[in-house]
Design a protein around this ligand. Structure first.
Ligand SMILES: [Zn+2]
Length: 152
């Protein structure tokens, strides 16, 4: 399998779990803090690449559609998977979700995979209105929360 791997996979990588080819983005390597994780990254023979601008745009668009809580680095990784037709290996549910929406193949590493696409909606913590940003347009409250709902 040709895999795009996130930082969690590198941190928990053990001998025995190998990929035919493993790719990641520079931002993922920057997230590695321990020496052990850095050694794992070396052992995995990781190819580090930035995705194309086109793919980043495609991922951002999908991400905005569902209000995805994925980080920029997560989205770069998804874009790289799109570019190179990689299987995205991640336990991050939000990233799996975005992959499903973009029809990127994905696989969980230690946990189970999600099986339906979700979207996130921001709701005012005070009155429950669906809002884009705080303060709430109805009650002016400053508190809000993101909640996941099935994507239709
Ligand atoms: Zn409100």
């Amino acid at each position: 399998m040709k895999a795009a791997v996130d930082s969690n996979i590198i941190i928990h990588s053990r001998r025995g779990k190998t990929f035919e080819e493993a790719y990641t983005v520079p931002g993922v390597l920057n997230e590695l803090e321990t020496e052990k994780a850095k050694r794992n990254a070396d052992t995995m023979n990781l190819e580090t690449q930035m995705p194309s601008e086109n793919s980043i745009e495609e991922v951002k668009e999908a991400s905005e559609k569902i209000n995805s809580p994925t980080s920029d680095v997560d989205e770069e990784l998804a874009a790289l998977a799109l570019d190179k037709d990689l299987t995205l290996v991640t336990d991050d549910k939000a990233l799996q979700n975005l992959s499903m929406l973009l029809e990127i193949e994905f696989e969980a590493f230690m946990e189970t995979e999600i099986d339906e696409v979700l979207q996130w909606k921001r709701r005012c913590s005070n009155c429950g209105s669906e809002i884009k940003k705080v303060p709430c347009h109805r009650c002016s409250a400053e508190q809000s929360e993101l909640k996941a709902y099935p994507y239709n």
